[in-house]
Design a protein around this ligand. Structure first.
Ligand code: FAD
Ligand code: NAI
Length: 475
């Protein structure tokens, strides 16, 4: 006899586990199926984000930043730190510990919210009376029937054609987070979010890092002024990024790997490295769902086709997160998960795509919300811009990190905030104020009139808002 549920979520990443918790909170009898295995074969819910994405990458970014500070910045505070060494194995073990805390936290949350968790692969069997029949293939086989199905099966790293990941020499994000010793020479293909974050980790630890990027512009989706400022900082750190390249043959050698490419001037070049990280985007994952059995519609990228409400082509089947259109971000997946659970309950779940923040956790951090200056120009919107450099911020000087700026873009007529862009210390935290402001349709003047604590980096946000009206107080 199959187990019956009101809601079955397939995938336990940020989209899926959050959807399951919200559905349970709303009173639905809910199951979540996730197949991720930890090193011992046990369950490791949390998806890409927890296991090989957001969380472990931030753990390594933190460790490597401490190392860089100890080596390069302690001295200016009067601290002598000689013979600073990085124990890579210990750093990786700490990262694994952080991941495990998050896995365990999710299992605890399932218990607390009475979500039934199934460890294994979930796939469609058929449309059944009262919903859909779902098979769980794991340590044990089970058949479940759910009235509503939420698909949250995430994404996988995209491979370079003909260059499969071996996770030893040619690494995806997974292998990039497990490199056991600092490579002398590290090559990356793709200077997007992963390229810059993982490139930063291993550069800080001493690797000679070169990133090959196909596009002629650096961080094309980022506001140009902010991207330029970030590039200046990365150049100074020695993080080499070659733009406008065309990658040719990638060959594994005894020593590591060679990458033939043509540079922006059309010159043929060869890059030799111990390891190669390929970070050229991710592809939606529907492998193993047996979507054909029920006729679930996918688009030509392999993403599950959904409408604005995350409804798929099938009645009562929903999909959220990386496996559908939109930015591949954990917080976007979570918001969709909550919204879908609420829609199933007849509520008006809502995700505002215009106020989803982006953060790149390099040093300096890069964070933004809303439209860039180049987008506003392309859209023919009349806007005012205001910037404030961290160089003129007291807290940034005290921290010893005055790189970058806060930039506001506001409507020329109404003063409504259209975009906020930050490059500099703690941009990841500062951006929240801008998100709140934009959600409430605040004007730049609203932020300029709000009292911000002194001394704090957030004063740079207030000053950038004042700059929109050309009346900064400290610059
Ligand atoms: P996933 O997290 O991919 O979860 C999907 C889950 O479903 C997985 O556990 C998978 O095993 C499971 N699954 C798939 N098919 C089945 C099946 N048939 N049966 C059972 N289980 C199945 N985003 C941010 O917002 N901030 C960051 O700092 C950030 N850093 C990142 C760093 C890296 C290196 C990478 C790779 C990604 C990062 N991301 C970050 C992106 C973020 O990880 C994803 O956007 C997010 O994980 C998507 O969540 P999801 O729930 O849609 O899918
Ligand atoms: P990405 O889309 O951010 O960057 C990929 C880069 O590779 C682009 O600049 C692209 O032009 C380049 N590229 C593509 N094909 C190429 C080729 N053949 N040769 C050379 N360059 C090529 O993708 P990335 O870095 O793999 O990350 C995937 C996604 O994961 C991100 O888009 C983001 O959604 C998510 N992520 C989010 C993070 C965060 O929020 N801090 C951190 C890491 C990942």
């Amino acid at each position: 006899m199959s187990k019956q549920f009101d809601v079955i979520v397939i995938g336990g990443g940020p989209g899926g586990y959050i959807a399951a918790i919200r559905a349970a909170q709303l009173g639905f009898n809910t199951a979540c199926i996730d197949e991720w295995k930890n090193g011992k074969g046990g369950p490791a819910p949390g998806g890409t984000c927890t296991n090989v994405g957001c969380i472990p990458s931030k753990a390594l970014l933190q460790s490597s930043e401490h190392f860089e500070h100890a080596n390069k910045h302690f001295a200016e505070h009067g601290i002598t730190a000689t013979d600073v060494k990085m124990d890579v194995a210990k750093m990786l073990a700490r990262k694994d510990g952080v991941v495990k805390q998050n896995n365990d936290g999710i299992l605890y949350l399932f218990k607390k919210n009475k979500v039934s968790f199934f460890h294994g692969r979930g796939s469609f069997v058929k449309a059944a009376e009262g919903g859909y029949e779902i098979k769980v293939a794991g340590a044990a086989e089970e058949t479940l029937v759910g009235k509503h199905i939420i698909l949250a099966t995430g994404s996988n790293a995209r491979q370079l054609p003909g260059v499969p990941f071996d996770e030893e020499t040619v690494l995806s994000n997974d292998g990039a987070l497990r490199v056991g010793a600092v490579p002398k020479k590290l090559a990356l293909i793709g200077s997007g979010v992963i390229g810059l974050e993982m490139g930063s980790v291993w550069r800080r630890l001493g690797a000679d890092v070169t990133i090959l990027e196909g596009l002629p512009t650096f961080l094309g989706a980022v506001d140009e002024q902010i991207a330029k400022e970030a590039k200046k900082a990365f150049d100074k750190q020695g993080l080499k990024v070659e733009l406008g390249v065309k990658v040719g043959e990638v060959a594994k050698t005894q020593a590591g790997v060679t990458i033939d490419y043509t540079d922006a001037k059309g010159e043929a070049k060869k890059l030799e490295a111990d390891k190669l990280i390929v970070s050229i985007g991710r592809v939606p994952n529907t492998i193993g769902l047996n979507a054909e059995a029920v006729g679930l519609k996918l688009d030509d990228r392999g993403a599950i086709v959904v409408d604005d409400e995350c409804k798929t082509s099938l009645h009562n089947v929903w999909a959220v997160g990386d496996v559908v259109r939109g930015p591949m971000l954990a917080h976007k997946a979570e918001e969709e998960g909550v919204a879908v659970a609420e829609r199933i309950a007849g509520q008006h779940g809502h995700v505002n795509f215009n106020t989803i923040p982006w953060v790149i956790y390099t040093s300096p951090e890069i964070a933004w919300v809303g439209r860039t200056e180049q987008q506003l120009k392309a859209d023919g919107v009349k806007y005012k811009a205001g910037t404030f450099p961290f160089l003129a911020n007291g807290r940034a000087r005290a921290l010893g990190d005055t790189t970058g700026m806060v930039k506001f873009l506001a409507d020329a007529t109404t003063d409504e905030i259209l975009g906020v862009h930050i490059v500099g210390p703690m941009a990841s935290e500062l951006i929240s104020e801008a998100v709140v402001a934009m959600e409430f349709k605040a004007s730049a003047e609203d932020i300029a009139r709000i009292c911000h604590a002194h001394p704090s980096l957030s004063e740079a946000t207030k000053e950038a808002a004042l700059a929109v009206d050309k009346r900064t107080l400290n610059f």
